[in-house]
Design a protein around this ligand. Structure first.
Ligand code: NAD
Length: 478
């Protein structure tokens, strides 16, 4: 059974009208208490982990209505989208973790080379310890809870810092966790930069951060002070490359859905499109047709608001009116930006200088695949890359020549939904990966053991170090 929430640490975490009352002592007390609990070894048995995961499963069902209401109030996300892009994924993670935790955490025998004879070798998966999970706001439940589920499966304790931007959502996360888990196992610290900074001063055994590249650097530097291992799930500009031979109708359909889902506030949304010049006009028309057909509008429950005013103004400023092919309208009072397509955009435009993270799709034509690939490669390695083509050579060139975190052929975004695919970035788009077993691995140390009996000891390594012995050692080792 999960413990009922106790008062530890929460006395100093009162939240009052957006003001978080925290000090370094609170953070230190939270981490110290979790570490003391972790050191008792209580989190190691599979039975304990299963209790936590099952309690999580039940809480997620019980809190579903509250979770959906909070996110709808914060930025207009519908229950359909909250379930399909967040809660269903978490339920799947929990189901898989419950089914696999015993297998993943069992010792594994590995072969022993003859040079080590007699011996047996094995690997002990060992939880790293006290984990700090920091979530981003754009899929707040998935990005906070999925790493937490992986950490609990691995036998870690968890301090979760959800994003402060969707305030009601952050409260709903805190309320679920505080009502379900003992704080020495899993607790939530709400807050913004000040609270995160105070948390990062503490020594954790693992930091799992989802967010922007600049804050990723801050987290990495803080982790370096204690040599804490990190997983950094960051962002960047993810390209979609559309070749002339693609299935145009299907390409437009899938790209439009992937781009305007969550109003473009998706880390792996196609940020921009490189389209072969010969189909540029047809592609733009097909995209326009799909936007109309898919009816992305708040009233249709398939569109969301921009999360806050700062981001609304930032995204709006990236739309040059003279380059709008479709959309471009904004409703400041409701923080809404129409699904927008930009044509005639160049690499020098502001919209190509930063991750858009909004419903604006620049379309840039290319005439030669070499230069399109070179242009992508000249920029930081993206989190995702998508190629739309029916030509195997083009597909293989994109997959082999461009370095990126993950992606799809003839689709976008959906690689995230396959738990058998490790999810993460490369270069500036991130360090490490998670989902499925890869998530368990992110919170686990694999302790390597060579176990030798004492009934026999080969003499070759001992003096005298004769040429004859060296010859034998070479034979055994090389
Ligand atoms: P963000 O980096 O602004 O915030 C993430 C977290 O960092 C929040 O919890 C926030 O409170 C904290 N934070 C913000 N400023 C800080 C500072 N100066 N010092 C310490 N902590 C600080 O990111 P965001 O706006 O929440 O999310 C958008 C970004 O996240 C985009 O770049 C997007 O691509 C990326 N992202 C990546 C993934 C992924 O899985 N790779 C998923 C979602 C979002």
């Amino acid at each position: 059974m999960a413990h009922p929430a106790k008062s530890l640490g929460h006395g100093g975490l009162a939240r009052c009208d957006g003001i978080y009352d925290l000090d370094a002592m609170d953070m230190n007390a939270i981490v110290s208490t979790q570490r003391a609990f972790f050191e008792t070894g209580a989190t190691r048995p599979v039975a304990f982990r299963l209790q936590q995961l099952k309690a999580f499963q039940q809480a997620l069902r019980e809190h579903e209505e509250r979770l959906c209401a909070a996110i709808r109030e914060d930025f207009g996300k519908s229950t359909f989208d909250t379930v399909t892009t967040e809660l269903a994924i978490l339920h799947h993670d929990l189901k898989e973790s419950i089914a696999k935790v015993a297998k993943w955490s069992a010792r594994k025998r590995v072969p022993t080379p003859l040079a080590n004879f007699p011996a047996r070798s094995f690997v002990i998966p060992e939880p790293l310890g006290v984990a700090l999970v920091m979530g981003a706001w754009n899929y707040p439940y998935q990005l906070s809870f999925a790493p937490a589920i992986a950490a609990l499966t691995a036998g870690c304790t968890v301090v979760l810092k959800p994003s402060e931007l969707p305030a009601r959502t952050s409260q709903a996360i805190a309320s679920l966790v505080r009502g379900t888990f003992a704080p020495e196992v899993f607790t939530v610290v709400e807050g913004g930069v000040a609270e995160t900074t105070a948390l990062l001063a503490e020594r954790f055994d693992k930091i799992f951060f989802t967010g922007s590249v600049p804050v990723g650097r801050v987290v990495y530097q803080a982790a370096a002070r204690h040599l804490t291992p990190v997983t950094l799930e960051l962002g960047g500009k993810s390209p979609a490359l559309v070749a002339a031979d693609c299935n145009l109708a299907m390409t437009a359909r899938r790209l439009v859905w992937a781009k305007y889902l969550n109003a473009g506030q998706t880390c792996i949304a196609p940020d921009y499109v490189l389209v072969e010049d010969s189909i540029r006009e047809a592609f733009l028309e097909a995209v326009k047709g799909e936007i109309v057909r898919q009816k992305f509008r708040l009233e249709n429950d398939n569109y969301v608001q921009i999360v806050n005013e700062r981001n609304f103004r930032r995204v709006r400023a990236l739309i040059p009116p003279e380059k709008v092919f479709f959309g471009g309208g904004c409703d400041e009072a409701r923080r809404l930006i129409e699904p927008t397509v930009l044509a005639g955009v160049g690499w020098e435009d502001a919209v190509m200088q930063e991750e858009i993270f909004g419903p604006v799709l620049p379309v840039i034509p290319f005439t030669d695949l070499d230069s399109a690939i070179a242009q992508v490669k000249a920029r930081p390695r993206p989190l995702s890359c998508y190629v739309f083509t029916t030509n195997a050579e083009i597909r293989e060139r994109v997959l082999n020549e461009i370095s990126f975190g993950g992606g799809c052929v003839n689709d976008a975004i959906l690689h995230v939904s396959n738990p058998h695919l490790p999810f993460g970035g490369v270069g500036e788009s991130g360090i490490g990966a998670y989902h499925g077993e890869e998530g368990f691995r992110a919170f686990t140390h694999f302790k390597a053991i060579l176990d030798k009996p004492t009934w026999f000891e080969p003499f070759l390594k001992y003096a005298p170090h004769t040429p004859q012995r060296l010859k034998w050692i070479r034979r055994l080792m090389e």
